[in-house]
Design a protein around this ligand. Structure first.
Ligand code: AHR
Length: 635
């Protein structure tokens, strides 16, 4: 058989309003997504804050090495009189003669000839006499690619800054501080930033990674997690106040994904990024409980580690959540709005959504704390849409209990998660049709991905996701938000596969799944037109039609997992003022194809666009294993 037939009818006279925010993204600092990834800082362990809590093999000097300049030296972890109580450690370097302190970044520092690099460090003389400090960009063999001299440290903590213009390039470069004299100097927060960041913000983001994210046209960004939010124990929860202000005053901590969070990419930077790319911020705060898997990597007790913030500390915690809303939206003369203004953003960030909790077990401990938080938010900020949680899976005890709890307390929205096989997605295309559309609780599909064999990012997985996304459009009255997970994965530093976008220090590698997300993001609509499909096999095709209000365009999406092409008779007879010249974008290939960017083998499946003539009734050949997006003009 070379082809088959099917019929698709669009009822243009029955538009249904759907969520304008349906397609967004979820950013979590997993897989080195933030430090070593999107956050453009080039120095690893800039504050000597690494420890065995991050990773059993690490200590305060991880990422650094000493280089003899002819002198001798010793190092110690300094704790007396740090720069700030939130940043309690520094390097105490005792030298006699000349020595170098070298950082190799995150698998090397990318140095580009002609580019400017901003250097900043804090120094203080503790004993003896230390001379001027020399900072250097170095190639992998130690060749000097830029050098400047900073003043000699004094008896008080002083921030010393300079800029270096690279005289050569090396993707595996290094950075060093040359110290000479006889005495002990304290060093901390040694930072090296490329001047060119996304939108040129200081303490900013890597431009290529930020841009590939922006190109998804996400309507919102959920951050900072994930499991990262509720943390491996109460002490590891992500507390937003620890992540704002000058970087030397932020509170670093271990990352639940077995590395370290500098929180240099903190709440201000997250909100700023949202604003930069026109996405609504969707911060998630812990629901007053830690991850149910706390300690499990050591004791093997999965889903049994949840504990709650003591009730006598909950007033303070609830206030912390309320303060976040004031920080985001409050006037500049409010206490927290003033802090936002002082950071350079007097205008409000227009926070609309707030996630409370992530994949928590729906226990009494959870419920009590969740209600304390959300009742306070509802009372003070009724305009905020609070998003609850219904566990880690799209079925099971926490899912059932979470939904019952949401219905009982009329939680506006809940965050559903689902990592499943491609077949599961195709088998569940009717899932949200079967939901009760009259209940007040709506759905955020906050984490999902089709996990193919070997957790590979195949076209088959991408098309399963695409088919499912057509059902979100169809049910866009109750499914208000969605985001694939995880977003980023650094090659050879990843803890979770698959990820939407892979990257290394110099390149980004979008998966086929990325292009599916992008096609839905740039072709989203605000109303849905009932779209019926009649075919011999209802498990191989999926379709939806939306209208983009601003342009008036009608956008059809057709997904096929058939092994042969399908001759599709499309009926748009009810569309007023249909224009014959449409644009058709197709993503297709072999079902097990994956995007491969290696030096030896580059194979990239990505969308191709061409003009397409359409009519009130026309025939379209749906390629085997494909997503087609047909944009029809009506003006
Ligand atoms: O997306 C990766 C992880 O999956 C998230 O941190 C967590 O919420 C889920 O279990």
């Amino acid at each position: 058989m070379t082809s088959t037939t099917a019929r698709l009818t669009v009822q243009a006279d029955q538009p249904k309003a759907i969520s304008p925010d349906l397609f967004g993204i979820f950013f979590e600092d997993i897989n080195y997504s933030a430090d070593g990834g999107l956050y453009a800082e080039l120095i690893q362990n800039r504050s000597f804050a690494y420890s065995s809590a991050d990773n059993p093999d690490w200590n305060f000097f991880t990422g650094w090495e000493l280089v003899s300049g002819g002198g001798t030296c010793s190092i110690a972890l300094g704790t007396d009189a740090p720069i700030h109580p939130n940043n309690p450690h520094y390097l105490a370097l005792n030298v006699d003669g000349a020595v170098g302190l070298r950082n190799t970044g995150y698998d090397g520092i990318v140095i580009n000839a002609g580019a400017t690099y901003d250097v900043a460090l804090f120094a203080q003389m503790l004993a003896g006499t230390i001379g001027a400090l020399t900072v250097r960009l170095e190639g992998r063999l130690g060749e000097v690619l830029g050098e400047a001299v900073l003043p000699a440290p004094t008896g008080t903590w002083t921030k010393l800054t300079t800029a270096l213009v690279a005289t050569g390039s090396d993707n595996h470069g290094r950075f060093s501080v040359q110290v000479s004299g006889a005495g002990t100097v304290a060093l901390d927060v040694i930072s090296l930033f490329p001047r060119a960041t996304f939108r040129n913000h200081s303490n900013g983001l890597r431009p290529d990674l930020a841009q590939v994210i922006a190109d998804l046209k996400p309507r919102f960004i959920r951050f900072p997690g994930g499991c990262l939010v509720h943390g491996d124990g109460l002490g590891n929860m992500y507390r937003w106040k620890d992540t704002i202000g000058p970087i030397e005053t932020r509170k670093e901590q271990f990352n639940i994904w077995n590395y370290h969070q500098s929180v240099g990419l903190g709440y201000f930077e997250y909100f700023q990024f949202c604003e930069d790319i026109g996405a609504k911020p969707l911060p998630v705060v812990p629901a007053g409980v830690c991850c149910p898997n706390t300690g499990a990597r050591y004791n093997g007790l999965w889903e049994q580690g949840q504990c709650g913030i003591p009730l006598d500390e909950m007033d303070d915690y609830v206030q912390e959540v309320l303060d976040l809303i004031e920080w985001a939206n409050g006037p500049v003369d409010s206490p927290w709005g003033a802090k936002r203004a002082a950071a350079g953003h007097p205008e409000p960030f227009n926070l609309e959504y707030l996630g409370v909790g992530n994949e928590d077990r729906i226990t009494d401990v959870f419920k009590e704390r969740f209600l304390l938080i959300t009742n306070a938010v509802k009372a003070k900020y009724p305009e905020i849409t609070v998003i609850g949680t219904v566990g880690p899976r799209p079925e099971g005890e926490d899912y059932e209990d979470g939904w019952q709890f949401a219905r009982d307390y009329q939680i506006p929205m809940v965050d559903e998660h689902g990592y499943k096989s491609p077949d599961w997605f195709w088998d569940n295309l009717g899932r949200f049709d079967a939901y009760d559309h009259s209940v007040s609780t709506t759905v955020y599909l906050g984490e999902y991905a089709a996990h193919d064999m070997g957790r590979r990012s195949t076209l088959r997985s991408a098309l399963a996701e695409a088919a499912y996304l057509t059902t979100l459009e169809r049910n866009g009255d109750i499914v208000r938000l969605s985001s694939y997970a995880p977003l980023l994965g650094k090659q050879r530093r990843s803890q979770w596969e698959p990820d939407l976008i892979y990257f290394d220090n110099t390149n980004v590698y979008p998966t086929i799944n990325y292009y599916v997300q992008q096609l839905f993001g740039v072709n989203a609509g605000e109303s849905y037109l009932p779209t019926s499909l009649i075919s011999a096999d209802d498990k191989t095709l999926a379709a939806s039609t939306v209208v983009e209000v601003q342009s008036g365009d009608l956008i059809l999406k057709i997904v096929s997992r058939a092994d042969v092409s399908v001759e599709l008779q499309i009926d748009l007879a009810g569309v007023v003022n249909l224009q014959p010249e449409a644009i058709c974008t197709v993503l297709s290939g072999a079902p097990l194809a994956e995007n491969s960017y290696s030096f030896w083998h580059t194979h990239i499946v990505k969308p191709e666009t061409r003009p397409l003539m359409v009519a009130p009734r026309f025939s379209y050949t749906v390629p085997a294993h494909s997503l087609s997006v047909i944009r029809v003009r009506t003006r």
